[in-house]
Design a protein around this ligand. Structure first.
Ligand SMILES: Cc1cc2nc3c(=O)[nH]c(=O)nc-3n(C[C@H](O)[C@H](O)[C@H](O)COP(=O)(O)O)c2cc1C
Length: 169
């Protein structure tokens, strides 16, 4: 199974830290993502301090399990890298986030995309918890770590959703 077919959200992690080199590698994987006009409007905030992990995992009611994660990666928009005409940064940062989720599988790790943008309250929470400057917009949080249990295959394939040449076939 390759990473795309193996990937699933992992929300329970072993009590084992993830080394800095691996965390940097995951950010490099994100940077390989496609971006409109090759803008690459991202920055990455890696959180591996226990107190900061506890704090950030309270940004959303659906992120509390992330308190047990050994690390978080916050994918950020750098507004200085986009003009008002560049309206495709959501796609850019989504692709970067997905790259991290896929690379986690190939590095023996697992993680979960935690919804942040466009929920204003959650964005405000993360900005203030992490002291982000005004030109940096938090987009997604990924909790990550070594999976507590083995990956098992979840088959989502549905041939009915595929159409050749026309939707009326
Ligand atoms: C934009 C986005 C936001 C998400 N937010 C959360 C979240 O806040 N908490 C959570 O536990 N999972 C979150 N997820 C993960 C989804 O629940 C998960 O991808 C979905 O249930 C499918 O399961 P799978 O990832 O195992 O295939 C989010 C996923 C996406 C794409």
């Amino acid at each position: 199974m390759n990473a795309i077919f193996k990937r699933k959200s992992i929300r329970k992690y072993l009590n084992k830290s993830v080394d800095k080199e691996t965390l940097i590698h995951l950010c490099y994987a994100a940077m390989q993502a496609p971006s409109a006009h090759n803008t690459r409007p991202w920055q990455f905030l890696v959180i591996d301090d226990v107190n900061m992990i506890s704090k950030v995992s309270t940004f959303s009611p659906y992120a509390t399990f992330a308190k047990q994660a050994p690390a978080l990666i916050i994918v950020l928009l750098d507004k200085n890298k986009v003009s008002d005409k560049h309206t495709k940064w959501v796609q850019d940062l989504s692709a970067a986030t997905q790259n991290i989720l896929l690379e986690l599988v190939d590095t023996g790790l697992g993680g979960c995309w935690l919804g942040l943008y466009p929920d204003e309250k959650r964005m405000e929470n993360v900005s203030s918890m992490c002291n982000l400057p005004p030109h940096i917009v938090p987009f997604s949080v990924i909790s990550l770590g070594y999976p507590e249990t083995e990956y098992h295959n979840v088959d989502k394939k549905d041939a009915h959703l595929i159409h050749f040449n026309s939707l009326t076939d």
